[in-house]
Design a protein around this ligand. Structure first.
Ligand code: CTP
Ligand code: MG
Length: 546
């Protein structure tokens, strides 16, 4: 807290930022991934975060801020007190505001000469009448708990509408997305103190259309613009000792850069807490909690392959509304049953699970989404990207991709997903999204999903045999529930049905379980139940290998 307050208002670091033009032509069609990124990053640079008193005169606040320039948008949210995110229409308004704010007295705090975009709003004479302090509307930054969601699902009329309800409750809001880009932009202010040409951009679920409220912000430090500049330069007689000392490996450079940025955030970053440098990981990163926005952040150095996967998922998520609805439901299902976990381990990650869903959608007849090879065929000159010898080209313009002719309902897709992976030959086959085909596993990892952009990399290498078995068992149990449930009876009994039944831990509040196990296929159910406890259910082992 002292850190946050102490560093709040001080001296500006003047950063040379080329103001980016927002393309107005694109308003009529769906924006490309890069267009969205560019527009939102530029927005974030004109944005400030203001801590407000619990009783607030919204009009006064806006009036005061307007004296520094036009306000494009604003909203309030709760995060250890009320905060306002305010987006000015011009970047100069931020500097104008910074120039007139008070600075904590040096006797009280040892100030650090960094001027940030975090402010506290206090009125000297809080004599404003209570009547003027109307409660402000708070925009929610987290989703409702699962048990509340399940209540809402009762009222739906089909599994498909249940899945859209879940999507609506869990997906990132416009406000939450703005806050995520602001967090990156605030970190960028610090990164630029060291590396004036760097940018900090979000990737992963914050931008790939599959993020849910509350998920971490994955961000990376990008020097790409500088590199482009370097390759475009005409060769003269001079060579610059550019950017940094020459180091023997890119990895070492990455570690050193992250190390100093980590220290910088730790020492001077207002509201940056619990900084952890994880520099020896395959992909080195700095983890920290960004208190002003309330996000847990993972900062790494530009990883072009990971960004390409984010763009690929962005395209898939935008092609057909069923794609995101299915992924959100399955991510939630996997979390409820402990198949995924917020800490890293031997379980399936959300990223792997999402790729499994994409693979499944490529395999429908007719396919719901194209394979990566098909997207590559649609790529034009400017879409060409070769990264580390790997061809990562694919089309960026969504309008070039023909809509699917597939008309299956989400009810069918959800059930078939469980059946498909409940019976998938994981012993023998791997998932290849580039070709949209199962191919023989190149090595013996229990679950093998090809990294679409890096040959010979398995994105689910971390998954062990028991976790895969648990996944298969849960998929089979879920298919069974969906196929066998008597929906009308369950609705009459006020029992969870459809998606709600799948999001209720199995065996806990399923009063029908005992009845069901006596019926058809009780042997199968018994062994499935056993396998849930990760025991040696033999039929499952046959399916998943070992
Ligand atoms: N990534 C990757 N290969 C992996 C793991 C991750 O390329 N084996 C990339 C993906 O682009 C992924 C991003 O890193 O989207 C962030 O990883 P992670 O945070 O694990 O996944 P998210 O997609 O962000 O999902 P979550 O909501 O669980 O954070
Ligand atoms: Mg993430």
């Amino acid at each position: 807290e002292a850190n946050q307050r102490g560093a709040k208002f001080l001296c500006i670091i003047k950063l040379p930022v080329a103001s980016r033009k927002v393309n107005t032509e694109v308003n009529t069609r769906k924006k490309t991934f890069t267009e969205v990124q560019t527009e939102r990053l530029e927005q974030a640079e004109r944005t400030v975060l203001i801590k407000c008193p619990s009783r607030l005169n919204e009009k006064k606040l806006l009036q005061y801020l307007s004296s520094h320039g036009k306000i494009n948008s604003h909203f309030f949210f709760e995060n250890r007190g009320i905060h306002a995110l305010v987006e000015f229409s011009e970047k100069s308004s931020v500097a104008s505001l910074q120039d007139v704010v008070g600075i904590p007295k040096a006797a009280e705090h040892h100030v650090v000469p960094f001027k940030s975009r975090l402010f506290t709003f206090t009125l000297k004479n809080p004599v404003t009448k209570a009547a003027q302090e109307t409660p402000v509307h708070l925009s929610p930054q987290s989703h409702i708990p699962v048990n509340e969601l399940i209540q809402k699902l009762y009222r739906a009329d089909s599994i498909s509408s249940q899945m859209y309800i879940l999507l609506n409750e869990y997906q990132l809001t416009e406000e939450n997305t703005k806050l995520r880009f602001l967090a990156c932009s605030l970190v960028q202010d610090f990164a630029r103190a060291y590396f004036p040409d760097s940018t900090v951009k979000p990737f992963g679920s914050s931008v790939n259309t599959f993020g849910k409220l509350g998920c971490d912000v994955d961000m990376f430090l990008d020097f790409h613009d500088t590199q482009e500049h370097a390759t475009q330069m005409k060769k003269g007689p001079f060579e610059m000792e550019y950017q940094m000392k020459r180091l023997p490996s890119e990895r070492l450079a990455t570690q050193k850069i992250l190390s100093v940025i980590g220290d910088c955030l730790d020492n001077f970053g207002p509201g940056c807490m619990s900084i952890q440098k994880i520099l020896n990981a395959r992909c080195p990163l700095v983890k920290f909690a960004h208190q002003p926005t309330g996000f847990q952040c993972d900062l790494s150095v530009s990883n072009s392959i990971a960004i390409k996967s984010s763009e690929l998922l962005y395209i898939y998520g935008n092609l057909d509304s069923r794609v995101r609805a299915l992924v959100f439901s399955l991510r939630c299902w996997a979390r409820v049953h402990g198949l995924t976990n917020s800490v890293p381990g031997t379980w399936i990650t959300n990223f792997s699970l999402t790729m499994m869903v994409m693979f499944f959608l490529q395999k429908r007849s007719p396919p719901i989404i194209p394979t990566l090879d098909q997207l590559k065929e649609l790529a034009d000159e400017k879409d060409k990207h070769i990264i580390g010898g790997n061809d990562c080209s694919f089309v960026s313009d969504l309008s070039k991709i023909n809509p699917t002719k597939n008309t299956e309902t989400l009810d069918e897709l959800l059930c078939d997903f469980f059946e498909y992976f409940g019976n998938f030959d994981f012993r023998k086959n791997s998932l290849n999204l580039r070709r949209g085909k199962e191919v023989n596993k190149p090595e013996s990892s229990p679950l093998y999903i090809w990294n679409p952009f890096e040959q010979d990399l398995n994105i689910s290498k971390n998954v062990n045999q028991p976790q895969l078995e648990k996944f298969v068992a849960m998929a089979r149990e879920s298919a069974w529930i969906l196929q066998k449930e008597d929906r009308t009876q369950r609705m009459i009994n006020k029992e969870p049905w459809g998606l709600a039944a799948l999001l209720t831990p199995f065996g806990k509040s399923n009063p029908n379980k005992m009845r069901r196990t006596k019926g058809l296929g009780s042997e199968t159910i018994r062994s499935l139940l056993d396998s849930l406890k990760l025991s040696n259910a033999s039929n499952l082992q046959k399916a998943v290998g070992k």
